[in-house]
Each structure stands twice: as C-alpha cells, then as structure tokens.
Design a binder for this molecule. Sequence first.
Ligand code: AMP
Length: 394
Amino acid sequence: MSAETRSHRAPVRTDGPLSPGALLGALGGGQLGRMFALEARRLGYRVAVYTAEADAPGADIAEHVVRAPYEDLDAVAKFARTVDALTFEFENVPAATVATAAQFTRVRPGGGLLAVAQDRLQEKATFARLGLPIGEAARVCGPEDYAEAAARIPGSSVLKTARLGYDGKGQIKLADATELPQAHAKLGGAPCVLEAFVPFVAELSIVGARGADGEVALYEPFENEHARHILDVTTCPAAVSDTVEAEARRIARALLEDLDVVGVMCVELFLLGDGRLFVNEIAPRPHNSGHLTLDAHECSQFEQQVRALAGLPLGSTRRIAGPAAMANLLGDLWANGEPNWSRALALPGVHLHLYGKSEARAGRKMGHLTVLDRTAEGARTRAREARAALVAKP
Ligand code: AMP
C-alpha cells in the first residue's frame, strides 16, 4: 500500500507489534535519523522521514520524505497519518508537533519524556523528585533570582539556558557568582539554570531502552571525552568499579521507568573522585556515545529504537567483541581536502561510518570511526590513530 493511500484511512492502532513491512516515521533527518532508518530497513521496515533541513542524510535512506517546517502542523498531521508509528531523532521537536502527530499515530517515546528533556529546569525537578544525585543547581529566570542563586552557588559554575542548548551552546562558565548578571544578559535573559561546576574525573553515559511491555535493556556505561564541548571519543567499557556501574544502571532504570519511556534514552553522568555519580542530563533518543553499539554489541541502540517503536522484544545489549572506542569525525577533517580513507581503513579493526552530509563545516558531525581491540585503552588509542591517519601528511 502506498503512503498516499494510507493517508486517508482512520488513525492507526497505537498498540500491538508492527510487523516488518510497516512504515516507520522519523521526525528529523540528521545522522541519528539515518542510522535509525538503516537499522529499520535492515529489519524489513519501510521508512518515512520528515525533515525541515535541505541537507538531510536520513532522507537518503527513506522511501518517503516530507520536507516542511516542524511548526507546520498540517504537514505534520498529514505525515503522521501516513506512518504506522513515529519517533524523533532530536529533542528540540516542538511539543505541539509531537502532540499533533500523536493524534494520528503511535509516537514513541511520548511527549512526556520530550518535555522533560527539552527543559533543563524540568529535568532538574525530575531528578530531584526521584532522589537522583545531582550537583547544586538553581533556577535563574530573571534578576529576582540572582541573590538566591549566588547564595547557593557562590563559586565556579556553569549557566545554561533551560531550552535549546546542546554541545556547549547556550552555556557560559562563571568564575564566581559576581559574573551572573552579565552572563545572564549574554544569554539574552532567557530562563536558565545555574549549576555548580562539578570537578568530575570522568564523564560517563548510559544508554538504555524500554520496550512497550516495560522490559528494560541497558548497555554497560560508556566513558566520554569531549573536545570544544563536542563529544570526541567514547570508550567502552568505562573504567569504573562494579559499584559505579550498578549505580549508573539504577539511575537509568529509574528514569526509563518513571518517565514511562518506550524507546531509547541516554543519561549523561559525571563521575566524581570519590566514586559518586551526578546526573548531568538526559537525551530522549539514541546518543552519540552509543554509536559504537553498531559494531560492538549484539543489538545496536538504533535497532533497539526500531524494536521499541514497533513493539517487538528488545535485543541483547551484550558486547559481542572486545572493548571498543568511537572517534567522531568532524568537518574540520576536510579542511585540506578529502580525508585519506584508505589509510585509516588499512588499519585492522577499523569500522567507518559516514553520514553522507554534503557540506563539511567545522564542528559538524560528518561520521565516526569505531575500533575494536583487546583492551579499552588500546581501542581508544587506535581510534585516535585511525582518525589521525585520515589527515596525516604522506
Ligand atoms: P551539557 O550540554 O550539559 O551536556 O554540557 C556540555 C559539557 O559541558 C559537559 O559534557 C561537560 O563536559 C561540561 N559541563 C556541563 N555542565 C557542567 C558542570 N556543572 N560542571 C562541569 N562541567 C560541566
């Protein structure tokens, strides 16, 4: 049945498993949508992508593409009617878009998780309600909040816009609270959260999925290094004790269950020197740090997303190979021309993933490399070497 003939039928049922052949929709056509689409197609599903962007690598994989603004609720409604189920690949989908789509099709995860993940103030309130460990934080919505925030967090801190921040955008580091009024003005006076600077020894993430039946499947924690506020290298397994791993799992499970997630979610964590974990933020979707699951784990985070959306049992999160590391490939690597793919791929155990983006801008995520090795340290070193080989002079 074509997408067009489907568009006139009654709202589809929003429960029960969808068999391969069904049309799965994704809001957003970036690399996450692309990897979702690739996994969906491998499982025999058809894929439809709704994207506002012209350069949308997810659209290349879809058999049905709609290009329209996310605020165009008529277009969203029409799209939602055509698909059997819908997911999204980024957290800044407007709430009204998801609510509109949900009138016509199964949307997973639902708008509740999205609302929390879109707003750092709501996110912090959720962590506090669940008794999850977080650093000191205070709301800063206007000058009336400055005194209390400064009293609670007098020392070094990070001011973050409550909404629409990512990869370090919408964030300012403060040496102390005297800088708060100026920093808030720089962020346009938008609703913000002031966070005490956390002296972490490592950043971790834990990616998990929850199925329609409430089954939870968690990957082992990953260890993340950032460069210029953008994820640079992920290593798995993270070098943490069993106690830390158990705590990470407890936190992820608590959030997946409380927020009634059906889909994939990532929790970003700070590891402190004394072994405590603080929750930083959640992503209501597959996460960059989970890309290595495509090569290193029995069922990737994108396959879990497909399975949860379709109402199928989740897959195993067991690692099938030795430790792994993932290095992001940013547009900067193209600064002096096409990277030397042959040289990187000549190295053993290197898996290349490119997202098919036509324009390589500095800081833009163009692809990633995954390397498997006998040790986590070895995988990390070799992932960096493989990336360096892309631009090494002959
Ligand atoms: P976020 O957008 O909240 O994930 O922040 C981006 C990055 O900034 C994090 O991955 C950390 O490296 C750093 N960062 C954010 N918040 C804090 C904090 N409260 N203390 C220390 N570093 C932080």
